[in-house]
Design a protein around this ligand. Sequence first.
Ligand code: NAD
Length: 426
Amino acid sequence: MANHTPLSYLDPARPEPWASFIEQIDRVAPHLGHFSHWLETLKRPKRVLIVDVPIVRDDGSIAHYEGYRVQHNLSRGPGKGGVRFHPAVTLNEVMALAGWMTVKNAALGLPYGGAKGGVRIDPQAFSRAELERITRRYTSEIGIVIGPDKDIPAPDVGTNEQTMAWMMDTYSVNVGHTASGVVTGKPIALGGSLGRLEATGRGVYIAAREAGLRIGVPISGARVAVQGFGNVGGVAARVFRENGAKIVALQDAQAAIANPDGIDITAALAHAAAHGSLAGFFGAEPISDEEFWQAECEYFIPAALEGQVTPERARNLRTRIVVEGANGPTTPAADDILQERNILVIPDVLANAGGVTVSYFEWVQDFSSFFWSEEEINARLESIMMKAFAAIWQTARERKVSVRTAAFIIACQRVLAAREQRGLYP
Ligand code: NAD
């Protein structure tokens, strides 16, 4: 009998994106010294919950949807990670996203394990009342594994502060008291934190600025292209602009646009808020998908979904630095091509960690019922991100590895040291 049984719940015909996560883990194995003894821990989620989410639709019919909550690793603390509502969500995807959360939380030194959740629905296909019923039933079904000291969800693609408010209320009703710390990314009135909405995009900017400082590509005057114009991409574009960069190309699920003189981000955000997309925005020219991926820029920010930077696109990108706002946007094969082409990649587990960092602040504030000012939040965010960046950069230089591998080395060492110190039960 082999030492480890394979995970029977993986579909071999659809290995991505979990296979990418496993490949990233395998790439750090040679750098982990005696901790590699424990590596299998990171190659299988600790806990996988699949739930049925039945609701009564507005027309009276009954509908069933599939939901997930995966706790990839809890060695360093409670699970932490977002909830995604998207028609392409699969267990495999949620597993990979949970794995990246383990690595991200450890790389930043946050006292959390990694988790993620999702429901396979297109949120735009439902009324607000239906979305509320889906969210509440999903929360109730995963209620056996979440909690302020067990696993703390947050927003991700297709979910927002309202989703978090419903989740907090449902969990609280079920346990019989208000438990504001069960989710982060809540509205301020319910114990949310100032600065949380913007934190991921702001963190992307901080990571980019730190990278640019080290290789001599200043943000001021730089050209920037952003894929995804939602919570992460929209805020990142705005903060880059505020700091003197020029946003030359943008893409969302429905349109790609370019303006070599710089897109007016305030106007583009207003258009996207009013029309649900960048399509029809007339402060820029519509461009093809191919043109978008070849836009000349200094910073390219994928901030949509995983697997977007494919080997072919990696060969064509015309940028100096890729700063990953999305989780898992670059496949391992594309990563190699970018490295060969001397394009610096600042990986997701560092670049988009601003969101979970301020989620951590929110959780701490909820526990102490004492709330910090926005200046304090932003200053602490800067300090945690800069410290993590400096440590990861130094490891990359010392070990002559990519910034991604360096982040994984630091994170995996922390997780596996905790694993070893705790020991195996029984
Ligand atoms: P969002 O739903 O607010 O926005 C997603 C954006 O991507 C939208 O503009 C959408 O139109 C666009 N998009 C979707 N599919 C696309 C496609 N095929 N091509 C081009 N654009 C496409 O989601 P978000 O919260 O901004 O999350 C984006 C990414 O950032 C995800 O990978 C998410 O996991 C990651 N992330 C989010 C947070 C957070 O705090 N929200 C934190 C860390 C990482």
